[in-house]
Structures are given as C-alpha cells and as structure tokens.
Ligand binder design. Structure first.
Ligand SMILES: *[C@@H]1O[C@H](CO)[C@@H](O)[C@H](O)[C@H]1NC(C)=O
Ligand SMILES: *[C@@H]1O[C@H](CO)[C@@H](O)[C@H](O)[C@H]1NC(C)=O
Ligand SMILES: *[C@@H]1O[C@H](CO)[C@@H](O)[C@H](O)[C@H]1NC(C)=O
Ligand SMILES: *[C@@H]1O[C@H](CO)[C@@H](O)[C@H](O)[C@H]1NC(C)=O
Ligand SMILES: *[C@@H]1O[C@H](CO)[C@@H](O)[C@H](O)[C@H]1NC(C)=O
Ligand SMILES: *[C@@H]1O[C@H](CO)[C@@H](O)[C@H](O)[C@H]1NC(C)=O
Ligand SMILES: *[C@@H]1O[C@H](CO)[C@@H](O)[C@H](O)[C@H]1NC(C)=O
Ligand SMILES: *[C@@H]1O[C@H](CO)[C@@H](O)[C@H](O)[C@H]1NC(C)=O
Ligand SMILES: *[C@@H]1O[C@H](CO)[C@@H](O)[C@H](O)[C@H]1NC(C)=O
Length: 489
C-alpha cells in the first residue's frame, strides 16, 4: 500500500517547521522544544546510557530565552544538532535473532528478541508502541525481505526524532509473528486469536493494516479461509502490507508506525475464558457475514417441537481420508436412524467455500471427522457441540503433542471433544513401530473402521447430545431470545 498524500505532506511539514526560525512566536516555540528535549533526555537517562549531549546546553537554552536573537540562532543550531544526535542513536536489530533459533517456539522467541511482552494474568501477551513500556517510542521496521529474516530489522524511535528518510504510517498497525504459516487454517488462526483478544479488550479498535512475518520474513498474504474470517471479524477489507510503492534508493524500506501492536505468542498465556470470548466473537461475526441465523441449533426443531440433532460427517480426500466412505456412512447412518430427530449430513472439506463451511457447522451438533485442518471449523458450531476424531495408524506414538490440537480447540472454543479412534491397522513400516522414520509412512495413511466400536461410540454420543439439548431448550425457554448482535458491532 502506498502512503497517502496526507501522510506524506504531514511528514514534509514537520521537516519544514524545524527550519522556520524567524517566526514571531519564536520564544514560545523554543521554550516548547527545550521542554520536550529535556523530558526526552530525562526519560532516556533513566533507562539507557545518556547520549553525549551536554547538560550545559540546556542551560544555554534557558539563557537564550532571556536574550537576543543572535543567541537564539546559536541555540537552534544546538537544538538541531541534538535532534540529529538523537536520530542517530536509533539502533536497528535483526527481526530474527539467531541466538534463539533453538528456543524459537518457547518462551523466548527469536522475533524482536530484545523486547518484552506486556502480560497480565489470563490476558493476551502483546507489545504496544508507543506505550509506557516503550517509553513513548514508536516501532520502526527496516527491510522487506521475504527470504531471510535476519536481513529485516526493527528499532524504536521517538516520534519527534524519527530516523532519516523514514516513512510514517498513520493509524493502528497489527504486526504478527507466526512460527508456522498463514495458509494452514489452524496455524493461521492461532496467530490471529491474540489480535482478536486485543481488539475486544481495546474498545474494538480496528487495524488500518497488517504486517505478517514468518521467522522474520515478510509474508504478503493469508490463505483465503483466514482472509475471509478476518474480513468478517473486522468488517473491513483485509489490508496486508507489502511495502510496495515506498521508494528508497538504498533498497531499504524504512517505515515507522504511529501505533503498532505486536503479537508473537499466539494464544499463549490466555485463560480458557478469554479464548472462549474470542471464539464466540469469531463465530458470531462469521455467521453474520454468511447470513446464517445467530439463533443456532436451538432454533431447529421438528414438527413436534423436539430439537433436531445434526450429525455431520466432514470427509477428507487424500491423506487421512477414510478407506471406505460407503462403509463409514453406512455405520453412522444406521445409528442416526435410530433417533427420530437425528439428521445425517455428509460433506467434503476440499470444495466448500468459507460460508458453506460456516453454514454446515451452524447446523451441526456432532462433528465426525478425521484428524486434519478441516476440524478447525468446529468453532463455528454452537457452544457445547460434540467432536469425534479419527486417526490413522502410528500417530499416537510418533506425531508428538501436535496431534492434540483439536482437543485443545474444542476446549478453547467451548466444544466437547468426545475422544478419538486410532486405527490399529495401517501401511507396513519396515522399521520398529516407534522408529521416527515410520511417521513418513503413517502420515499420509488412510483410516479404516471398526463397525461395532463406531456404532457403540456414536450411539453414546448421540444419546448424551439428545439429553443435553432437551435440557438446554428447557432452560432457554424462559430466557429472552438470543440477541442478534455480536460483541464489537
Ligand atoms: C533569565 O532571566 C531571569 C529574570 O530576568 C533571571 O532570574 C534568570 O536567572 C535568567 N536565567 C538565565 C539562565 O540567565
Ligand atoms: C523490497 O523493496 C525494494 C524497493 O522497493 C524492492 O526493489 C524489492 O524488490 C523489495 N523486495 C521484496 C522481497 O519484495
Ligand atoms: C536519505 O535520502 C537522501 C535522498 O534520497 C539520501 O541522499 C540519503 O543518503 C538518505 N539517508 C539515509 C540515512 O539513508
Ligand atoms: C448476505 O446477504 C446480503 C443481503 O441480502 C447480501 O448482499 C450478501 O451477499 C449475502 N452474503 C453472503 C455471503 O451470502
Ligand atoms: C466398502 O464397504 C462396502 C460396505 O461395507 C462394501 O460393500 C465395499 O465392498 C467396500 N469397498 C471396498 C473398496 O472395500
Ligand atoms: C467435492 O469433492 C468430493 C470429493 O472429491 C466430490 O465427491 C464432490 O462431488 C465434490 N462436490 C462438488 C460440488 O464439486
Ligand atoms: C454448555 O454446557 C455447560 C455445562 O453443561 C453449561 O453450563 C453452559 O450453559 C452451556 N453453554 C451454552 C452456551 O449452552
Ligand atoms: C472393534 O472394537 C471392539 C470394541 O468395540 C473390539 O472388541 C474389537 O477387538 C475391535 N475389532 C478390531 C478388529 O479391532
Ligand atoms: C420457566 O418459567 C416457569 C414459569 O415462570 C417455571 O415454572 C419454570 O420452572 C421455569 N423453567 C426453568 C427451566 O427455569
């Protein structure tokens, strides 16, 4: 995005005003500058070694206020030289600090490693510029490298003394660090959750632009699912900055941000309650965007007023798909038919639009689906809906904690994870079962079935859901209708 004309001209004005020393309001102007510089000096001397600017100069400055324009000229020269020195104390550090490459996923990330997050108990961890924590300084970024994050760098600067040739970007900027990527819907969503939490906590403040980093490398887009989710949530077109149109002879794009919020720990540190607030807003905004009723599953009853139970089989193709869809659908259909108001839907995740997925989940109480990114959609279901997950052989021992992400999302978004089935049979691995090399074979494996186990499992879940829905309907009958507004509208 190009800098708007008004941004350019205000920057220009700032430069010009420093030079207009012969105006009638000269002494007031100088006094103001002296005071500002005094404050800056004092703040800086508290936290960093003071720059080599003599205190004597402040004295001179005071003197100047008392005397003639000849001294004033000398003073203004000193002022300019001091501003110049301040500008040149600004130090850029690499966005990707290789010293922390081995701990990049834990407490200390390699992204902006010299900075600490603001963190209150149970709340999102973030950095805000300018803020008390940044001592009033704003964030500046240099470089737009998309291949090596150690070529991109950051610095803090006081708005009065931005580095030379910096472009100031007005408004609120969201800066995201993601260790994985912005295309996978689960990894992308994890990076977005803290921004939504911050948005809720700060009177629904809207970002003017997003800057996305992966290992310190610039990314200029999110996947389509995530883009639509963010557009629905913020009610505006997503503006991902790519620094196009900002010209610089040195091939170093230097931008400073009037206001910036940086996130680098996904939802880490947030309490379950805070996460649930985020998912509630995402669900609500997505339903509004897709013209789906906000009343959810409560509203759907049969002609006798008994709640309909939506059971949805959300299928994959390729890796981690079911070996025999026909057999699987047959099993669940048989179970569903035993309950009068149960309605079975079968859908494929590979060719549904965002809104089709939102609609599908809005009519689902029980989601039956293999382990995979499509399960991220579960948070579009009403709260307290159920998830049944399926794994191919080998994952339990070899796939690490990442295999539990859908247990986690279920818990964070207020769903009930009803357990996972792990196929005991799978492709042959020539190494011992615990050998990591087997994961390459099992990763793309397909999922079989156990008719007796699935039938019993599905029956149990269905019966529990039936009881829960009856209770919920009874308790909700007396309360007022569900409001048709989300938070942050
Ligand atoms: C400025 O003038 C005032 C009164 O005219 C005097 O008290 C003060 O000491 C002067 N300050 C300097 C730095 O000369
Ligand atoms: C970064 O910006 C410069 C100057 O506009 C441009 O020439 C260069 O291609 C950009 N680099 C990337 C990776 O986009
Ligand atoms: C700022 O821009 C001017 C004009 O393009 C250039 O001559 C100068 O070297 C730049 N300064 C820095 C520090 O990059
Ligand atoms: C939702 O409804 C509005 C108004 O009827 C329409 O303009 C919009 O395209 C619809 N959106 C979707 C995603 O169907
Ligand atoms: C899939 O299951 C159905 C029903 O049990 C069976 O008739 C069919 O032969 C199976 N297909 C394959 C390819 O195994
Ligand atoms: C969606 O994909 C599934 C599986 O590949 C296929 O069976 C189905 O026909 C597709 N539906 C549409 C509308 O393309
Ligand atoms: C979900 O279930 C819990 C525990 O049964 C209940 O307290 C809560 O009200 C339910 N939430 C909704 C949104 O129905
Ligand atoms: C299928 O599940 C049942 C438990 O419901 C178990 O007893 C049986 O051994 C399983 N069959 C196979 C082939 O794993
Ligand atoms: C609903 O209200 C009626 C009458 O006011 C009362 O008898 C009933 O117990 C209430 N039900 C619930 C679930 O609160």
């Amino acid at each position: 995005m190009a800098v708007s004309e008004s941004e350019k001209s205000s920057k220009h004005e700032r430069k010009i005003s420093t030079l207009s020393l012969y105006s009638p309001k000269l002494s007031i102007y100088l006094l103001a500058i002296c005071v500002i510089l005094l404050i800056i000096l004092q703040i800086q001397s508290l936290h960093t070694p003071p720059p080599s600017i003599s205190w004597n100069f402040m004295h001179q400055c005071q003197k100047a206020m008392n005397s003639s324009t000849t001294t004033l000229n000398g003073c203004s020269r000193e002022l300019k030289s001091m501003a110049w020195k301040l500008r040149n104390t600004i130090t850029f550090l690499p966005l990707k600090d290789l010293r922390y490459s081995s701990t990049a996923q834990q407490g200390h990330t390699w992204f902006m490693s010299s900075m600490y997050d603001t963190h209150e108990e149970g709340e999102v961890q973030y950095q805000k510029f300018p803020s008390e924590a940044s001592k009033g300084r704003i964030l500046c970024l240099k470089g737009n490298d998309t291949h090596d994050g150690s070529w991109n760098s950051y610095a803090l600067a006081w708005p009065e003394t931005l580095p030379e040739n910096a472009t100031l970007m007005k408004g609120l900027t969201f800066v995201s660090y993601n260790h994985y990527n912005y295309d996978n819907i689960w990894h992308g969503l994890s990076a977005m959750v803290p921004f939504v939490a911050w948005h809720i906590k700060n009177q629904c403040a809207m970002p003017r632009r997003w800057i996305l980093y992966h290992w310190g490398e610039l990314r200029t887009k999110m996947g389509p699912w995530l883009t639509t989710l963010m557009e629905a949530t913020y009610g505006q077109t997503l503006n991902v900055e790519n620094f196009d149109g900002i010209k610089d002879e040195n091939y170093q794009i230097l931008t400073c941000f009037e206001e910036a919020v940086v996130m680098r720990h996904n939802e880490g540190g947030m309490s379950r309650e805070k996460r649930m607030e985020v998912y509630d807003l995402l669900r609500c905004k997505a339903r509004v965007y897709c013209n789906v009723s906000l009343e959810g599953r409560i509203a759907e009853v049969n002609e006798k007023g008994v709640p309909v139970i939506g059971m949805t089989m959300f299928m994959r193709t390729g890796a981690r798909s079911f070996k025999n869809n026909t057999a699987l659908i047959g099993i669940f259909n048989k179970v569903c038919r035993k309950v009068e108001t149960c309605r079975l839907l079968v859908a494929y995740s590979n060719n549904l639009t965002f809104c089709e997925q939102v609609k599908l989940m809005s009519s689902t109480d029980i989601l039956v689906s293999p382990h995979g990114a499509q399960l991220t959609n579960m948070f579009f279901m009403d709260r307290n809906s159920s998830v049944m997950e399926f794994f191919p052989k080998g994952w339990l021992n070899l796939a690490g904690v990442g295999q539990y992400v859908y247990h986690w999302i279920a818990s964070w978004s207020g769903m009930i994870h009803r357990g996972a089935w792990r196929d005991p049979k799978g492709d042959h691995c020539p190494y011992p079962d615990e050998d990591r090399r087997c994961m390459a074979i099992y990763k793309g494996g397909k999922i079989g079935y156990n008719e007796s186990f699935f039938s019993e499992w599905a029956e149990n879940v269905l019966n529990e859901v039936k009881i829960r829905k009856a209770e919920e309907i009874a308790s909700k009958k007396n309360t007022s209708r569900i409001s048709n507004a989300c938070g942050c509208t």
